[in-house]
Write a protein that binds this ligand. Structure first.
Ligand code: F0G
Length: 387
């Protein structure tokens, strides 16, 4: 009999041969509950026929994608807007939309024989890449702008076992360094200039149409390195061409005032904004963003940090949806466009909430009331609460 200090293998404890035990799990059990993890399938399984996946592409899956499209209860009413939905990407496995593109890019990198993955990141890409690298047993190296990424995103990359390198000079410098290294060494470049990232990310546009049965009038999202707006526009055009929607949305991108190269038409040498995820001065997919804007008849505009934080707090406080600062930028822009009549009240709008509020709560916390410190009993508490 195995003792507690030497509990033996699982097979010994269950009195079965290893083969019986192993066979039971490896060959047999699968999640059959359609509610498991929100979606039954990951991005690759759900949209395989629209993705560059072949018989030799390894299976990679963390149940990413299939995120909820949550209808606004209070903000739409306050704005007088007919229909407003939030594509809640923060519930992806690593807490941001990056998982959609990363799962496809990692599968393709493995298929090509890569064993080392690398990216530059303002935080979310690094967390996502590190998770999929951990899952598939390959090396992850992430290069982040020193002192500029949210602690929670950094903790994710470290916990998933990535090698983290912090370099001075902001995201743009980090990306330049990574691009050069990947060009010279057998290391897979996992930033959104990797076309497989865009392929995976476009599935979010498919999901919006699959859920609504039609494309919305407006799709609003934050723009940093500009991969996501490029990907959504590709997804919308493909579904439209396939007859899955009868129209295309106007694409509306939000940048932050201090980091708005696409709005001003000039790279920004020292981008500044509270929304560290989109603190980028020279977006790699610049042209993808301007094409999406111009072909769709949309807009890319900048909002202030104050507008961003106030939209983030309002979203959390009136809809129960907590997003990170970058994700609140398009909501801030929506407020402005509806109030100035540039988005008509009869419209249907979808705002993409790209990352979870738990990623980066610090900035918002400075703008909400701190907890009440109390010593005393229920009566004292009731008095403080003015009940
Ligand atoms: N929202 C969040 C939460 C992000 O993390 C990013 C980008 C964006 C929006 C902008 O998307 O770059 O495709 O235009 N984060 C990248 C990163 C740069 O490294 O995690 P984009």
């Amino acid at each position: 009999m195995p003792s507690i200090s030497n509990p033996g293998t699982f097979a010994e404890r269950t009195q079965k041969s290893p083969r019986e035990v192993g066979g039971g799990f490896v060959g047999g059990l699968r999640a059959r509950d359609p509610f498991n993890g929100g979606g039954l399938m990951g991005v690759i399984a759900r949209y395989r026929e629209h993705l560059p996946i072949g018989p030799n592409t390894p299976e990679v899956d963390l149940h990413e994608g299939s995120t909820p499209l949550v209808e606004s209860r209070n903000i739409a009413r306050a704005l007088g807007l007919k229909q407003l939905f939030f594509k809640y990407e923060g519930v992806n496995p690593t807490g941001s939309f990056k998982d959609r593109g990363m799962v496809v890019a990692v599968a393709k990198a493995l298929e090509a024989g890569h064993r080392v993955l690398m990216c530059a990141s303002t935080g979310n890409t690094s967390a996502s890449m590190a998770a999929y690298a951990a899952r598939t047993g390959v090396r992850a190296i992430v290069v982040v702008p020193s002192g500029e990424i949210a602690l929670n995103k950094l903790s994710q990359a470290l916990m998933y076992g990535a090698k983290v390198v912090a370099i001075k000079g902001g995201f743009d410098k980090a990306l330049e360094t990574v691009r050069e290294l990947c060009h010279r060494y057998p290391v897979a470049l996992m930033n959104s200039i990797n076309p497989h990232r865009i392929e995976g990310q476009k599935t979010a546009a498919y999901e919006v149409i699959d859920t609504l049965g039609e494309a919305p009038d407006y799709l609003l999202l934050p723009v940093g390195n500009a991969g996501n707006i490029t990907a959504y526009w590709k997804g919308f055009r493909e579904y439209h061409a396939a007859g899955r929607s009868t129209r295309l949305p106007r694409m509306v991108g939000a940048q932050a005032d201090g980091a708005a190269p696409i709005v001003t038409g000039q790279p920004v040498a020292n981008p500044r904004t509270v929304a560290s995820a989109i603190r980028i001065g020279n977006p790699a997919s610049w042209e993808g963003a301007t094409s999406a804007r111009d072909e769709s008849g949309g807009a890319i505009e900048a909002v202030t940090d104050t507008e961003i934080i106030s939209a983030q707090i309002r979203l959390a406080g009136s809809e129960g949806l907590f997003c990170e600062p970058a994700s609140a930028a398009p909501l801030a822009l929506l407020f402005r466009l509806v109030q100035s009549g540039r988005i008509e009240k009869e419209a249907t709008a979808v705002v993409v909430l790209t990352g979870s509020g738990l990623k980066d709560p610090d900035a918002a916390l400075k703008n909400v009331e701190p907890p009440i410190e109390l010593e005393g009993d229920a009566r004292t508490l009731a008095k403080v609460l003015k009940l």
